[in-house]
Design a protein around this ligand. Structure first.
Ligand SMILES: *[C@@H]1O[C@H](CO)[C@@H](O)[C@H](O)[C@H]1NC(C)=O
Ligand SMILES: *[C@@H]1O[C@H](CO)[C@@H](O)[C@H](O)[C@H]1NC(C)=O
Ligand SMILES: *[C@@H]1O[C@H](CO)[C@@H](O)[C@H](O)[C@H]1NC(C)=O
Ligand SMILES: *[C@@H]1O[C@H](CO)[C@@H](O)[C@H](O)[C@H]1NC(C)=O
Ligand SMILES: *[C@@H]1O[C@H](CO)[C@@H](O)[C@H](O)[C@H]1NC(C)=O
Ligand SMILES: *[C@@H]1O[C@H](CO)[C@@H](O)[C@H](O)[C@H]1NC(C)=O
Length: 508
């Protein structure tokens, strides 16, 4: 008996200790809600996370939508929560009692035909409290344009009224329209934006931009730069998905990727706790490459398609992870957003005060117009302070759309991709020509920038006076050759002793 008691208390203690040992900062105190809409009962997803059904759920009072299973499901699509859906032909409101504080709200969509409801007819809005999250949204057009089978839309909201009402409303202008949802995920999060003091980058002197306590945001990009995709279970407690950044790199000049020296570990700080980004983000990076001469002649650039007419919060994650970079003024570089200077001289060690210590910097950029536009993020060595290496580094990047003055985060649907031609024999010349142009555009949107943009790339570079001076003895042809070498991997890059970057750990 006594023995059993000891065993029992040891067990209780062990589980208590393991609770304590779980990184305190990364386990939010409040519960996650995973609602699988249209499901018959509780079920677990591929990662073992438990989802409950919205049928007879406390969050779905007087549920009026019908449940459907997708007519067919691609094998790449996870069964939970995407196989089942709730379809609404009139507005419906889910109601989540929530403690005060910030959450991630993730809406999961797998466009499909549901009985006599065609996937192409689903146009609807989603509002959460006072915010419009989606408007005239077509999951089918969006997924198709991105070549994705299913979609997650992630928002961050600060819930203050004790309850979050999420309303799905079919479009009133499109005939036969309906709303649908496969899964609703609510993850309470620490104040990852409340300490943010971003600089507004607008062309003049950067000024501080205030993020309101009740600011609504939509995550548009979350990239593990120089590393691999990170799945929700591998995130540091907030179930975020991090994508590989390589599809967004501009042109062939993708620099080199590397990971931490084996004896360098990531040291979180009170201002950068582990919930800001998992170790896997900070322990991989992309730099420009080992050749200062080449680096002076290009900008390491990411191009991110976004909805125009919004402000965007751009969060850049930095961490020096390889020797010999341990001191200030070893690697110093400029950061450019939409071709405007965001950071004149970024010195990661200067900010972090040590190798392995992560930092992040926030900036706000304004995009004009309507429809879609490209957000340009670029890095280039800063030579004025005569740093030891002419190079740049980036470990992670997040881009969040900020709600506009109408409390809306909604953009427009992307242009549909060209339909596959059914009977090639009957296609008219005009149709053929149109299809051809669209196909090229499709390739560009799909990330195959290299061919089309090579010209733009060179003309952009020659415009940059600062670089022009350094480029005097390097003509465009040899530049292209070098760039090709970096990307194609045909020529092995020489890694000199004491060079900040090496090919070790590169996954490419
Ligand atoms: C949410 O909706 C319920 C029922 O429609 C309503 O009683 C409640 O006041 C709403 N709460 C908020 C915060 O809008
Ligand atoms: C689909 O069928 C239901 C009855 O099963 C009907 O009420 C509804 O109007 C139909 N919808 C369309 C778009 O035809
Ligand atoms: C949420 O908003 C309230 C005020 O509405 C504010 O006091 C609180 O700090 C905010 N929480 C976060 C995490 O931003
Ligand atoms: C870690 O390894 C590097 C060589 O890769 C060496 O220069 C450095 O002194 C080592 N640091 C520690 C703290 O062991
Ligand atoms: C940045 O400059 C390049 C080259 O001049 C141009 O093609 C691109 O549209 C510019 N980007 C933005 C967002 O202004
Ligand atoms: C809704 O989106 C579709 C597809 O992009 C578009 O054709 C239609 O004009 C939009 N309707 C409204 C009311 O904006």
């Amino acid at each position: 008996m006594k023995n059993r008691l000891i065993q029992l208390s040891a067990l209780v203690c062990a589980s208590f200790l393991s609770l304590l040992a779980a990184p305190a900062a990364s386990s939010p105190p409040r519960d996650n809600i995973l609602l699988s809409c249209g499901a018959a009962g509780p079920d677990s997803d591929a990662n073992g996370r438990p989802w409950t059904s919205d049928a007879e759920s406390e969050y779905a009072p007087s549920l009026n939508g019908r449940s459907y299973s997708a007519m067919q499901q691609a094998s790449s699509v996870p069964r939970v929560p995407y196989l089942t859906a709730r379809v609404f032909t009139s507005p419906y409101t889910y109601s989540f009692p929530l403690p005060t504080g910030r959450i991630f709200l993730r809406l999961h969509f797998y466009p499909s035909n549901f009985a006599n409801h065609s996937a192409a007819d689903a146009f609807f809005s989603v509002t959460a409290g006072p915010y419009t999250l989606l408007q005239n949204f077509s999951a089918s057009l969006t997924a198709d344009a991105l070549s994705f089978a299913y979609l997650t839309r992630e928002f961050s909201l600060n819930v203050s009224s004790g309850c979050l009402n999420i309303t799905f409303a079919p479009s009133t202008t499109h005939k036969n329209s309906y709303a649908f949802i496969n899964g609703i995920e609510i993850v309470p999060i620490p104040g990852i934006f409340s300490s943010s003091r971003p600089m507004l980058i607008h062309g003049g002197n950067p000024v501080e931009f205030e993020i309101d306590a009740d600011q609504a945001l939509q995550t548009v990009y979350r990239l593990n730069v120089g590393g691999q995709a990170i799945s929700p279970v591998k995130d540091s407690g907030l179930s975020r998905t991090w994508e590989d950044d390589s599809p967004y790199i501009y042109g062939a000049a993708s620099g080199v990727t590397f990971s931490n020296d084996p004896n360098v570990s990531i040291k979180y700080t009170p201002s950068v706790p582990n919930y800001i980004a998992p170790e896997e983000v900070y322990s991989t990076a992309r730099s420009m490459g080992p050749n200062a001469h080449i680096n002076l002649n290009y900008k390491l650039t990411w191009i991110l398609p976004v909805d125009a007419g919004f402000y965007y919060l751009v969060r850049l994650h930095f961490c020096e992870i390889q020797y010999p970079i341990t001191k200030e003024n070893q690697r110093v570089f400029g950061v450019y957003l939409d071709n405007l200077t965001a950071q004149w001289a970024a010195d990661v060690i200067g900010w972090s005060k040590g190798i392995g210590v992560p930092v992040f910097k926030d900036y706000v950029v304004i995009t004009m117009g309507s429809g879609q536009t490209d957000l340009w993020v670029a890095l280039h060595p800063q030579t004025i302070s005569k740093p030891q290496y002419y190079d740049a580094i980036l470990n992670g990047m997040e881009v969040f759309k900020l709600q506009n003055s109408d409390n809306s985060l909604a953009g427009v649907n992307p242009e549909p991709r060209p339909q596959p031609v059914e009977d090639p024999g009957k296609v008219s010349k005009q149709k053929e020509a149109k299809g051809h142009v669209a196909a090229i555009v499709g390739v560009v949107i799909g990330g195959g920038f290299a061919i089309l943009l090579a010209g733009v790339y060179l003309s952009w570079m020659s415009k940059d006076k600062e670089m022009k001076a350094a480029a005097e003895d390097l003509d465009d042809e040899s530049l292209l050759r070098h760039v090709g070498e970096i990307d194609g991997g045909t020529t092995k890059l020489e890694v000199k002793p004491g060079n900040p970057t090496s090919e070790n750990g590169s996954h490419e």
